[in-house]
Design a protein around this ligand. Structure first.
Ligand SMILES: Cc1cc2nc3c(=O)[nH]c(=O)nc-3n(C[C@H](O)[C@H](O)[C@H](O)COP(=O)(O)O)c2cc1C
Length: 411
């Protein structure tokens, strides 16, 4: 990356504010220059002294605290950087941003800037899922603000878990770097598009150490994300537990369960294209145990009662304002591949279904190649066996053509 890039970091008053110290260190290691603005509330969680020591710059908070030369007022701060990162972004800060407030230095800078802004929210799951926050986030996304996270997991409050954790520092750095890979985003068949891809298996807990899973390797989904990125899209890859190298310039959201995956997809919207390549578990254990289930002499084996998971493809493909323009589902079948996929196309309201045979003899699960059939309202197109990377590239090129066609038809 270019060593000259200047980041203005706006630190909100959340419990995760301490993590911005690690973020600043990692950014400085990578050669970025970092200046920080802290909200008044942020001072309760991290000191300006620590932030200033790491940025090597005076930390600013007060809208009216101009230096003697009147050189670093809010307009100058807003313009004198290449990217603004808000981390952690509190619910309150996002509400103010969505409402166009400018009552303190942080919000005044955000209102005055003409630079890209990356928001890394962090809050309790109830705050994140509150309809007011959902509205504010949708508003900010529609206004062109970029988001990274929140991640899903345990919160500072004991026993609470869900979406709301600040994205991990490497994930924030990836999102920053992809904001700077502007060159790729400004050219390519998917330039200016947001593509969401789901990938990998899900793990549905039985107890703290056991889970229900499947054999999906996540390779096809990761290739789809990489191909969309190569074509210039902004990409959010939502993946179940896999160990694959992360595609460059792609924002990655890691989840475990189907419920977490659905929530992550909802949080990533709006998108132009959504590709559901994950092998999402159809069922979860109705009542996962909090402690390891013990084997006891003379006792019969435990019975697992299962509950159906929400259908992510069907949920997102429903007509509505948040529906991506192109919704693509994957159908993994072991028999009557095309017939089942045709049914799925209709019942799930998808635009295309990519059907593949995943019976053990096909070698698709975990393998490098795939043989797919593309099913749409135009009929069935059967592609010869090719690498998963090639399948991904062809799907994304076809998707770009389809979106261009829709745009032309609308004009
Ligand atoms: C202990 C404590 C922890 C908090 N953590 C968060 C948080 O993680 N996320 C959040 O949105 N608000 C959190 N808040 C509430 C914010 O601090 C409060 O809304 C504040 O007005 C935010 O100001 P700012 O947006 O100007 O930074 C917390 C408050 C307290 C007292």
């Amino acid at each position: 990356m270019s060593s000259a890039k200047r980041i203005l970091l706006i630190i909100g008053g959340g419990i995760a504010a301490y993590k911005c110290l690690e973020l600043i260190r990692r950014l400085k290691d990578r050669g970025y220059s970092v200046r920080a603005v802290m909200t008044k509330a942020a001072h309760h969680f991290v000191t300006p002294l620590s932030v200033g020591a790491l940025t090597n710059e005076r930390v600013l908070t007060d809208l009216f605290d101009l230096d003697e030369e009147r050189e670093i007022g809010h307009i100058r701060l807003a313009r004198d950087c290449d990217l603004i990162v808000v981390a952690p972004a509190t619910a309150d800060l996002m509400a103010k941003m969505a409402g166009g407030h400018a009552g303190d230095l942080a919000t005044a800078v955000l209102l005055a800037t003409d630079k890209p802004v990356l928001i890394a929210p962090a809050m309790n799951p109830a705050m994140w899922l509150n309809p007011a926050t959902r509205r504010n986030v949708a508003h900010l996304k529609a206004d062109g603000f970029r988001f990274v996270g929140p991640a899903i997991g345990e919160m500072a409050e004991r026993g609470e878990a869900g979406p709301g954790r600040l994205a991990e520092v490497p994930q924030i750095i990836d999102a920053i770097e992809s904001a700077f890979v502007g060159g790729a985003e400004n050219s390519g068949a998917l330039a200016g598009r947001h593509v969401v891809v789901t990938s990998g298996p899900t793990h549905e807990p039985i107890d703290p150490i056991r889970y229900l899973a499947n054999k999906s390797s996540g390779k096809q989904g990761f290739e789809l994300a990489a191909a969309a990125r190569e074509l210039g899209a902004r990409v959010t890859l939502i993946t179940g537990p896999v160990s694959l190298p992360e595609p460059e310039g792609v924002a990655i959201v890691r989840v475990k369960t189907a419920a977490e995956m659905l929530e992550a997809v909802r949080s990533a919207l709006p998108a132009d294209i959504a590709v559901f390549a994950a092998a999402v578990a159809d069922w979860r254990v109705s009542a996962p145990q909090m402690e390891k289930i013990k084997k006891a002499e003379g006792q019969s084996a435990p019975t697992l009662t299962l509950t159906e998971n929400a259908d992510i493809l069907k949920t997102i493909a429903q007509p509505g304002p948040q529906r991506p323009s192109l919704v693509i589902g994957f159908a993994a079948e072991t028999q009557e591949v095309v017939a089942h996929a045709k049914k799925k196309l209709k019942s799930k309201h998808a635009d295309w279904i990519i059907a593949n045979d995943v019976s053990p003899s096909s070698g698709v699960m975990g393998g490098e190649n795939n043989t797919v059939h593309v099913i749409s309202s135009n009929g069935v197109e059967s592609w010869p066996e090719m690498s998963k990377a090639k399948v991904a590239r062809k799907i994304m090129e076809r998707a770009a053509t389809e979106l261009d066609g829709k745009r032309t038809a609308a004009e």
